[in-house]
Design a binder for this molecule. Structure first.
Ligand code: BES
Ligand code: ZN
Ligand code: ZN
Length: 468
């Protein structure tokens, strides 16, 4: 389906379905009030009522706030898949255009790579109609870029682990670099050894796929700020020797969602031509079992030099990130450092499965992210560090332990483990985003359908757009 912004006057009404967004209050004054009432339509949020004789689809929305427009557009995107029209049209303005585009694209998203027969929608075009195309053109393009980058992220996350392993992810990054004018550097086993990324290498050791560290750079002239993004790219997390139970292992292809978010963000930033320099660092690793696997009781020497006692090989994301964060800090003196990771089940216990956990030292930065997230329509919440929880990471034999010695506060202790690898001068520039819950869903919510959600992409772009 193709989305176009056109002048209302140039709309070809032949075989076109016109959408009418309507709130319960407005229903009282609607032209077809009686007929709509007969059909039992009350304009409740996300309810739809078609008048095919008149080629109209009434779409109920409580009010015209973005969140509601996004979900009603999602309902429309799903419903029209079976309709036999050539096009759909809806009036847009600068207040509603982004939410509607997100609903249509993200809510209508399908991942059909593995379906042998995919149904083709008859509807070829969605026309966003307005009086003045020029006035909305920039916002239209921008919304499209962001929604499509979110789908790009979703596609990678949704790809099966045997088709998306570290080498494939590196190849995908290279292609993205070529298409979007980025530079791309890949570190394989040899380079990672040279860099002393021993924690990262230990996690991937039992896999038949070698680990890769991917570094993409977008460098415009006169960049205002430098941003480093780090993504956890566990292309599969079996748990390693601390093997996950069978039911918890299903969906663990999504353990690469942090990496995929970072790739989607740098894609969008380069297409939006933002005047900031962005570095994306991805630790692409597969956590498997085998004779060569790293073990509980192993002590790893991280790139930073700190020793880590491994007590659970399923707490692997933090080991990979410890080295990638350290590498990223040495490679670039960034003004902001953000990491994205499906790091802990505990984050879901704390916040529910819809909310990204935000951790770090800077209240100011957390506040700015929270504002960006509300604007972008993503849910985030802050999880506070404290010195008592930090003690739970103490090791008797090494500098730090990879798991906490108590069962509570697991999202925060994981965040504090990462904090151990953040240099003093970067403490206030860094935030950690735990997207364990928000990155993937098996039941649709908001504009998310089954599978990857693309969590992190929209709120980060919203934040980066406003950097001064
Ligand atoms: N990838 C998982 C976290 C996760 C769990 C993400 C569920 C998405 C959904 C991570 O590597 C992990 O297994 N963490 C352990 C940590 C524990 C061993 C301290 C967890 O959350 O159980
Ligand atoms: Zn794990
Ligand atoms: Zn993991």
């Amino acid at each position: 389906m193709n989305i176009q912004l056109i002048n209302k006057k140039s709309l070809d009404n032949k075989n076109n379905l016109t959408l009418k967004l309507i709130s319960p209050q407005r229903l009282e004054k609607a032209k077809f009030k009686k007929t709509l009432k007969k059909a039992g339509f009350k304009a409740e949020q996300d309810s739809l009522c078609a008048m095919h004789g008149k080629s109209l689809l009434f779409c109920g929305t409580e009010n015209h706030e973005n969140e509601n427009l996004r979900t009603v557009a999602t309902a429309v995107a799903k419903a029209i898949k079976n309709y036999d029209y050539k096009s759909v049209s809806v009036d847009v303005n600068k207040e509603n255009i982004q939410a509607l585009i997100e609903g249509f694209i993200l809510g209508g998203y399908e991942f059909n790579t593995y379906k042998s027969k995919s149904k083709k929608s008859k509807i070829k075009n969605i026309y966003l109609t307005c009086e003045d195309v020029e006035e909305l053109a920039a916002l239209f393009e921008e919304s499209l870029i962001i929604a499509e980058a979110t789908c790009f992220t979703r596609d990678i996350v949704n790809t099966a682990p045997d088709d998306m392993y570290p080498k494939v992810m590196a190849k995908l990054a290279k292609n993205l670099a070529k298409e979007n004018g980025l530079t791309c550097e890949i570190l394989g086993k040899k380079e990672l050894k040279k860099e002393k990324c021993n924690a990262m290498l230990a996690v991937g050791r039992a896999s038949r796929h070698d680990s890769k560290l991917i570094h993409l750079t977008y460098k415009p002239k006169n960049a205002k700020k430098i941003i480093s993004l780090v993504g956890k790219g566990l292309t599969y997390d079996s748990g390693g020797l601390s093997l996950k139970p069978a039911t918890s292992m299903v969906t663990m292809k999504m353990d690469k969602a942090g990496a995929c978010a970072v790739l989607g963000i740098i894609k969008a930033v380069s297409e939006l031509k933002l005047d900031i320099e962005v570095h994306a660092f991805v630790g692409a690793v597969e956590n498997m079992i085998g004779g060569d696997a790293y073990k509980p009781d192993d002590v790893l020497v991280s790139r930073k030099g700190d020793t880590i006692e491994v007590r659970n090989t399923d707490a692997e994301g933090r080991l990979v990130l410890a080295d990638v964060l350290d590498y990223a800090q040495d490679k670039t003196q960034a003004d902001y450092l953000f990491d994205f990771a499906t790091l802990t089940g505990a984050c879901m216990v704390a916040l529910g499965q819809y909310t990204t956990g935000v951790m770090g030292h800077s209240n100011r930065l957390r506040h700015d992210i929270s504002k960006a997230a509300s604007k972008a329509g993503e849910l985030t919440a802050s999880l506070p560090f404290n010195k008592h929880l930090k003690k739970q990471l103490k090791s008797e034999i090494a500098d730090i332990c990879n798991i906490s010695n108590k069962p509570y506060g697991g999202a925060i202790t994981a965040g504090m483990f990462l904090d151990n690898f953040i240099k003093k001068e970067n403490k206030n520039k860094w935030l950690h985003f735990d997207i364990a819950g928000s990155a993937y869903t098996e039941t649709p919510w908001d504009a998310n359908v089954h599978g990857a959600t693309g969590a992190g992409v929209r709120f980060m772009i919203q934040f980066l757009k406003n950097i001064k």
